[in-house]
Design a protein around this ligand. Structure first.
Ligand code: FEO
Length: 132
């Protein structure tokens, strides 16, 4: 069973690019989680981790560009949330590459929990502005 499943009710922002990219994040997170908890080679897990982090960073930058273009007042607080997750993930990535950390069930649960909070709380808030 997938770690996280996108549904309109729980995660729909009513902003097309954001919903598409969130689905892309969920797919990559589920793949990473399955590899990491299924005993895959460390090189495969590392490649999936790199793919997820790169995709997430691109998504955050895309949202931030769109919020800025619309003059959305919540940009600074929203960007701070993004930066905090990226910092956590980049730290994990460097520790993983150094052999000092693994991708675990707890890692998956942490990212899942972050998305379940961030999308309804922060991403839903830009819906009207980005659709105006
Ligand atoms: Fe879709 Fe603010 O991340």
């Amino acid at each position: 069973m997938s770690l996280i499943t996108w549904t309109e009710e729980q995660f729909g922002t009513k902003v097309g690019f954001a919903d598409d990219e969130h689905k892309g994040i969920f797919d990559r997170l589920n793949k990473l989680y399955d590899l990491a908890t299924g005993g895959a080679d460390r090189s495969e897990v590392g490649a999936a981790l790199d793919d997820l982090i790169g995709y997430v960073a691109d998504h955050f930058a895309h949202e931030e560009r769109e919020m800025e273009a619309k003059g959305f007042g919540g940009l600074a607080a929203h960007k701070a949330e993004h930066d905090a997750l990226v910092n956590t993930c980049v730290d994990l990535q460097s520790k993983f590459k150094a052999g000092e950390a693994d991708v675990t069930e707890e890692t998956g649960a942490m990212v899942k929990g972050w998305l379940e909070n961030h999308i309804p709380t922060f991403d839903f808030a830009y819906s009207d502005a980005l659709n105006s």
